[in-house]
Design a protein around this ligand. Structure first.
Ligand SMILES: C[S@@+](CC[C@H](N)C(=O)[O-])C[C@H]1O[C@@H](n2cnc3c(N)ncnc32)[C@H](O)[C@@H]1O
Length: 390
């Protein structure tokens, strides 16, 4: 049974009005359906690529182009960007299917279980196909979870402006104009693709991306117009600490952001919960080793008494300390003592007991207190010996 082709409706006509205004250069008409947008765009564009997952739609769209005597249009059967040539477009158009449906029966209407999945997938890839000054025109509806659409736009470092709304029957229709944020342009200039928002720290935002076929993380301030002091300082600390194999490996640094190797691993609590006594001891010793190095360098990392999001352990048991945005030089660095506090904290008591790892709090506290006073190698050595003996 063939899939029906979407006949132009209010949403199509509303979108077409905007397509006529923005069409130029290379245009991609995603989900061309009857071909209404692609054919409309071709009148002012240099070249149009009309795409659909439904081969029947491509037959219909081709017929429409022939009737209108349009030559500068090419038709490609593709699931979103799968078969699209890797060129940059000046305009990308998508009037997506947006009704929620579990079965995905008709790709012209149903956008996935929640309605916005096809649009979300489209937005996740579209920036890599867009010229820096290019535009994306999409339709969406009050029947689609719009806050989700806005979130996906933001997570892809894009900016959205609603340029038209209309109330039709039981829904509101929106035409949104989307473009790259300045930050995204900057990242693309530096050959980073597949950019995604990852999370944010207190001062910086973290993104992931692909650079020279490797996954990287990028830390930046949202507004890159000025280089914030915290980013400059963190770059300096990481450059120094990387020499001692501490911190994530810097890949490159710019004035206002830096990229480092993306570390795949478990945060410390999860690691401790699932690991054997032997592995836990090994990791505690490795972390102490890095704490001692930081103390020797007179760098206070802070937060090591509660380093839940600051220590990652990979599947080869390599420890990576994350996040040096609060680090400071100090005559009395507290890394060893803070981490000592952590291992005797109530948080860990039960976990350690389950693994038969019995740590005497007083002993650790005594060593930590003495060490803090004199920064003595011998006392640090005793602390390590005690942990090894457990
Ligand atoms: C709402 S219709 C829009 C048709 C036309 N562009 C318009 O404005 O009238 C959505 C179109 O997207 C196509 N489509 C749905 N999922 C797709 C996917 N994953 N890849 C490419 N096209 C898809 C459907 O086949 C359908 O032709």
């Amino acid at each position: 049974m063939s899939t029906p082709v979407y006949l132009p409706r209010e949403d199509s006509f509303m979108l077409l009005e905007q397509v006529k205004k923005y069409s130029k250069g290379n245009v991609l008409d995603m989900g061309t359906g009857s071909g209404i947008q692609g054919v409309g765009a071709a009148k002012t564009a240099k070249q149009v690529y009309a795409i659909d997952i439904n081969p029947q739609a491509l037959v219909a769209a081709k017929l429409e182009a022939d009737i209108e005597k349009i030559k500068n249009i090419e038709f490609i059967e593709s699931d979103l960007f799968e078969n699209i040539p890797k060129i940059k477009f000046d305009l990308i158009i998508f009037n997506p299917p947006y009704l929620p449906d579990e079965d995905f029966e008709d790709p012209a209407l149903f956008g996935g279980k929640r309605g916005y999945e096809v649009l979300g997938k489209f937005l996740d890839s579209s920036a890599d196909f867009l010229n820096d000054e290019g535009h994306i025109l999409i339709t969406s509806s009050s029947l689609t979870k719009r806050h989700k659409v806005l979130e996906i736009v933001k997570n892809n470092l894009l900016e959205l402006e609603t340029i038209e709304t209309q109330h039709i029957f039981f829904e509101d229709l929106y035409i949104d104009l989307i473009k790259k944020s300045e930050l995204l342009k900057e990242f693309h200039k530096n050959k980073i693709s597949d950019l995604k928002y990852f999370n944010h720290g207190k001062r910086g935002m973290i993104f992931t991306g692909i650079h020279k076929d490797k996954k990287i993380a990028i830390k930046a301030k949202k507004d890159t117009s000025k280089a914030p002091l915290s980013i400059i300082k963190e770059i300096q600390f990481l450059k120094k600490l990387n020499k001692y194999d501490i911190g994530p490996k810097l890949v490159f640094t710019k004035e206002n952001y830096f990229a480092y190797e993306f570390v795949v691993g478990k945060f410390i609590m999860e690691f401790l919960e699932i690991s054997s006594k032997k592995n836990i001891k090994q990791i505690i010793l490795k972390i102490f080793d890095q704490m001692k190095k930081l103390d020797d360098l007179k760098i206070n990392k802070y937060e090591m008494h509660h380093p839940l999001k600051h220590v990652l352990i990979d599947n080869k048991n390599k420890v990576t300390l994350l996040d040096f945005e609060r680090a400071k030089y100090s005559e009395n660095p507290k890394n060893v003592t803070q981490f000592s506090d952590f291992i005797i904290s109530d948080n860990l008591k039960n976990i350690f007991q389950e693994k038969n790892l019995i740590i005497d709090n007083r002993t650790i506290m005594d060593y930590a207190r003495k060490y803090k006073k004199e920064f003595s190698e011998n006392i640090y050595g005793d602390l390590i010996k005690y942990i090894k003996s457990l």
